[in-house]
Design a binder for this molecule. Sequence first.
Ligand SMILES: [Zn+2]
Length: 248
Amino acid sequence: MTGFFTVSIRRYYPYWKLVLAVLLFIVGMIEWHQSEAVSLRGGTNPQITWYVKTTHKVVALTFDDGPWKSSTPKILHILKTHHAVATFFVIGQQVLRNPQIVQQEIHDKMEVGNHTYSHINLARHSLSEDVADLKKANETIKKVTGITPTLLRTPYGTYNKVVLQAAQMTHLHIVMWSWTEDTRDWSNPGVETIVSRVLSHIQPGDIVLFHDGGSNRRQTIEALPIILKDLTLRGYRFVTVSQLMKMQ
Ligand SMILES: [Zn+2]
């Protein structure tokens, strides 16, 4: 028996080496793919959130640049119909133009975040200018809703050391969006494109970027119910960014 066993091992030994090499290669590929998949969702700066690692089947929908009379109330209605909440990163100046809409957002259990007072590119301004703008937006939101925001989405998604410092000084945590979940709806790419940009890569803990202001948001408004229905069927729940951050 021993002789037979030794012969068998010798006979197959070269293949085992090959099998081991193939296995190691596969494991390496999986590891590499997983690390790639994670990095494709967002950056690694601990002061910024792009997504949340969670096992819960939840996503956070976010809307920038509002409130706008022609789109925000319609979006709120759609969200309510689907028992969904979302986060609205509002512009201070727009809040002053449409205070009732922001009040409605709070009434509907949405989260309201800071998107600056005047939609300035924070990375191109000084620290004192950034702080002044962010404070003004915080104060405007507080005056209208009674709530001081804790989250900041920077216009154009830009940031640098100065922006990070300004956010810290105004007690705001920067929230971007998952890189695979940028609808680019501001460019009106078509309802189907917006829908597929969200649905084709969605993962638990993702933060999806839409706009409820800036220009005509008809496509966003048409895409939203399709996205909500599909994700609900897949077992997803919709939470605000602050709720999502507690689920990691
Ligand atoms: Zn914006």
